[in-house]
Design a protein around this ligand. Structure first.
Ligand code: FE
Length: 226
């Protein structure tokens, strides 16, 4: 089995000096992120050491391969979600301009309507809310997640990730998740989100980028065949 070990990303100092989200809260949050990386690597190693006996013992109620396969998705989600989250924080927020501003307006009506939907989705979630580019529908959708690995949406790429686990806000906001969500947007780096959406639009299924389908970013994973 091909094992690919991950290293934790260094997100720089900007996320340690944010408006209303304390350095202490971010430092503790980064420890959790690094824990996902460590455990993901450990799971890879364990998968690589599975014996014939382990494979023969596969069972849906309890078995080593079941536990490893389930937690592989949890740990991977913990890595990807936090890498999106920290990479687009440390900015100055505000209403996004550029292509991302245009797309938000197209898909939600206005930035205010987008934020209203994000905030309500985040208040209804137990773990995450993502704004994702749905490659099949060619639009942005806010998806709800209850954990690092739920609920997966195939053919959609998250470009905004908002952590709604208590560890993300309890230290600074207590139970006031709504204020944390507002502050999250006040600290956004919309240029990072704009770049992420640009990568999505390089997908071969985008008519806009038809001339560049040889450079397709999705590698065919969107399911479209042009
Ligand atoms: Fe988190």
């Amino acid at each position: 089995m091909n094992i690919q070990k991950r290293d934790a990303v260094d997100f720089g100092d900007a996320i340690l000096k944010m408006e209303s989200i304390s350095e202490k809260a971010v430092q503790e949050h980064l420890k959790l992120y690094k824990g996902y990386v460590t455990k993901y690597n450990a799971i890879q190693e364990s998968l690589g050491k599975l014996t014939d006996e382990d494979y023969a013992g596969a069972n849906q109620t309890y078995s080593l391969i079941r536990e490893l396969k389930v937690e592989q998705t949890f740990a991977w989600g913990g890595i990807v979600n936090h890498e999106i989250y920290f990479a687009h924080l440390g900015g100055t927020g505000g209403s996004p301009g550029g292509d991302i501003g245009v797309q938000i307006k197209k898909d939600f009506g206005s930035y205010e309507a987008y934020k209203k939907d994000m905030k309500a989705t985040a208040l209804a979630a137990r773990g995450w809310v993502w704004t994702a580019w749905n490659h099949g529908e060619g639009r942005l959708i806010n998806y709800l997640g209850d954990a690092q690995n739920s609920y997966p949406v195939w053919g959609a790429t998250p470009i905004v990730a908002l952590d709604t686990y208590e560890h993300a806000y309890f230290m600074d906001f207590g139970a006031d998740r709504g204020s944390y969500i507002d502050v999250f947007f006040d600290n956004m780096k919309w240029d990072v989100v704009e770049r992420s959406m640009g990568h999505c639009l390089m997908c071969c299924c985008s008519e806009k980028m038809e001339s560049k389908k040889d450079d397709c970013a999705c590698g065919g994973s969107c399911g479209h065949d042009k």
